[in-house]
Ligand binder design. Sequence first.
Ligand SMILES: NC(=O)CC[C@H](N)C(=O)O
Length: 392
Amino acid sequence: MQARLLLQDGTLFTGTAFGAEGEKTGEVVFNTGITGYQEVLSDPSYCGQIVTMTYPLIGNYGITRDDFESVRPFVHGFVVRRHEEVPSNWRAEYSVDDLLKEYDIPGISEIDTRMLTRIIRHYGTMKAILTTSNKRVEELMEMMGNTTIEELRNQVARTSTASSYSSPGNKERIVLVDYGAKAGILRELNERGCDVVVVPHDVKAEEVRRLNPDGILLSNGPGDPKDVPHAVKTISELLGEYPIFGICLGHQLFALACGADTEKLKFGHRGGNHPVKELESGRCFITSQNHGYTVNEESVKNTELEVTHINNNDKTVEGIKHTRYPAFSVQYHPEAAPGPHDSSYLFDRFLQLIADHKAKTPVVSRQAQLAANARITAPKTNLQLEAVKGAL
Ligand SMILES: NC(=O)CC[C@H](N)C(=O)O
């Protein structure tokens, strides 16, 4: 069956359909990873985007659910040069085609993905529509134009967990704020014995305090950080109270909460080979990245933040830290998946920050904490009081 990819600038690619039949609009972006398409497909940060892989052979090792970064794929469409229908891998459960069909995601193969990538690099990220229908180009253009901003924005609410859950451990209590978190973040925390409570994107500062965390981790997530103002407010309320570590969208939200600004990159960074320089040591790390927005460097100057990492390709901000509070963040993915594991030391650094913070903070008895938390929530009825205690 034929499929077509129509870009906002009018460029039309005609290729072969795979995955689901139908139509999807999204922002078209490219990923330069040679492997890792399963993690890309299941990374919630791609929600609302049509992803093209620059590596030409995709699907050869099939799909293994154990390798997913979330419970399901969130991409709006998948574009490849060549799709391998018959996976060759003993771990493969099914093919990319089966996966896309299951989740109603259209795919297109046999198009010149190099040309597509060069267009995006030259003119910047743009909207596109991927279709298996026979609709006329004018009609498709109109459909693309009519796609409401809502459909391509506010993706965080669609990918975040609806309610809190815990992943127990016997060490530090970490509240992981899920803006569309990759499973790798939880995996890294669990490997270090952390007692993790995953909370929804719209958690209130008061609810976080009730969980009595040792530290807060702000996760990655899809879309524009400015679409999540409630998260910025919550982070600014918690700033200074607990050690904070932000990853990708979490990094951008942390920057906004500290008074810095974010802006959109021309075509973003997506892949597993992005060189990042740690300014303190002068060391270069090869990192896994997936972002379309960045923290504006100029805007950091008027805040209490300091730039700690920069991208060696385009010199954009890749890491910041607070100069007064125990809080830092990075634009890239220390949990990798897919990608090099060079930066997993950042999770250890976060735990060290927590230990240092604890050593400096006077020990508060459990009784005093209970009393303080009860005051914060000011429960009026016995039932509310029980709920507060239950949450602790
Ligand atoms: N992986 C992420 O968290 C991405 C952050 C944000 N959605 C961006 O594109 O910049």
